[in-house]
Design a protein around this ligand. Structure first.
Ligand code: FMN
Length: 192
């Protein structure tokens, strides 16, 4: 039962769900780096674009401006530990690929690396840089999406139950998996 009284939680960055993106970049020396970003998502269909919002303090911020490119590797539930670690330490002082024993792969399309062991990859060319305040929004035009065949459904689409993406809850700072299938989009609403 939903009551008519809602409690104000204040002006917060609090929406559900937020994704867990692992943003891949090269630094000036060509060292591959990855950082975790929950402030991001699809932002245009044509041209296909995704956005990530990063603080200037991150190493990744400068890398994207210099290389004009980034990748997004989508971690599965089985990589939650590595995904969290990528958000705990900076590539300024740590080689995160070396410490996690994950493998950087050079994108053939953009000047950025992605994580070989992650099943879903988005390769982006920097299209827009928007200063918002604490965060800078980087809009990347998607050059390609790559997926392991093991997470594809018959007919070539992705099977989200095989990708097993993480969901981040900003208020409790907790990771979840996806839940049950609840309806087909652009279809279930037709029943009204
Ligand atoms: C779940 C999670 C989500 C995060 N989301 C963001 C984000 O959207 N933007 C951001 O600037 N930092 C975010 N961070 C923090 C960065 O990942 C962290 O500062 C990281 O050390 C930056 O790495 P870098 O210095 O190698 O670029 C997040 C961290 C975690 C654990």
């Amino acid at each position: 039962m939903v009551s008519s009284m809602k409690k104000s939680l204040g002006a917060k960055t609090l929406v559900y769900p937020t994704p867990v993106f692992v943003v891949g970049t090269y630094d000036q020396a060509g060292k591959p780096n990855v950082m975790t970003a929950a402030w991001g998502g699809i932002c245009c269909s044509q041209p296909p674009c995704v956005a990530v919002s990063l603080r200037k303090a991150t190493y990744t911020h400068g890398n994207i401006l210099a290389r004009k490119a980034f990748t997004i590797s989508i971690p599965s539930e089985d990589h939650v530990q590595q995904a969290d670690y990528f958000g705990l330490v900076s590539g300024r002082s740590v080689d995160k690929f070396a410490t996690t024993k994950l493998t950087p792969v050079r994108s053939e399309l953009v000047d950025a690396p992605y994580v070989q062991e992650f099943v879903l990859i988005v390769e982006c060319k920097l299209a827009h840089v928007i200063e918002l305040g604490l965060h800078t929004q980087f809009v990347g035009e998607v050059m390609d999406v790559k997926a392991e065949e093991s997470v594809m459904a018959k007919g070539g689409s992705l099977d989200i139950t095989k990708v097993k993406p993480l969901v981040f809850a900003p208020d409790s700072q907790a990771y979840y998996g996806i839940g049950q299938f609840v309806g087909q989009a652009f279809s279930v609403g037709q029943g009204i």
